[in-house]
Design a binder for this molecule. Structure first.
Ligand SMILES: [Zn+2]
Ligand SMILES: [Zn+2]
Length: 196
């Protein structure tokens, strides 16, 4: 991949990590969670939005970006329009729905910035959780955190599925690859899981 910039912008009530990748104005936004990313998009030529999963705190900022399409795994697409599934009723106390077209992301390679990144399906936290794996870092959403794995007690969650995802992830991801979780600091598998 040629030159790009990466920005981590903790946003919204749960300080969700919104991540902006800018390759000469070809901008990807992951998990828009608030208005904090807007200044990073000023010089963009195109903006595409990708979701690691469909929980409310990862989608609440979508309407602020003026996009009419988001990329999300099809198993999580229903969460955008269902406040019970996206946990906003329970977690925020206010129903959040987002009406945009959804384009399914599937396992495989996605071209960007003279190169590509890989989509890995990592169900468990939600059925449609995915990780976005680049040459020199990965964006992992709420699947895995510095001190453990994501919750599996919400609608569509499955500890069994998460165990399978973790096996695959640990087998395939280099130990020194920086991982950006949905909340908190970047980490690597070399010191995982870190005790609190
Ligand atoms: Zn989540
Ligand atoms: Zn989250």
């Amino acid at each position: 991949m040629s030159d790009y910039r990466l920005y981590v912008v903790p946003s919204g009530p749960l300080k969700t990590n919104t991540i902006v990748l800018d390759c000469g104005g070809d901008v990807l936004v992951f998990d828009p969670a608030g208005a904090g990313v807007i200044p990073y998009l000023r010089l963009s030529k195109s903006v595409r939005v990708f979701l690691t999963h469909g929980h409310w705190d990862h989608i609440i900022g979508i309407p602020l970006l003026g996009v009419d399409e988001v990329f999300v795994h099809q198993a999580d697409a229903p969460m955008l329009t269902d406040p019970l599934l996206n946990m906003s009723l329970k977690g925020l106390g206010v129903p959040i729905t987002v009406s945009v077209n959804t384009t399914p992301v599937e396992e495989g390679l996605f071209r960007w910035c003279d190169g590509s990144f890989r989509v890995m399906h990592v169900p468990g936290h939600t059925p449609g959780s995915v990780a976005y794996i680049f040459n020199d870092f990965a964006i992992v959403g709420d699947f895995i955190f510095p001190d453990g794995v994501g919750r599996t007690d919400m609608p569509g969650g499955s500890m069994q599925a998460l165990r399978g995802s973790l096996r695959k992830f640990l087998a395939e991801i280099p130990k020194d690859l920086p991982l950006y979780p949905g909340h908190g600091d970047v980490f690597t598998l070399a010191q995982w899981p870190k005790r609190k």
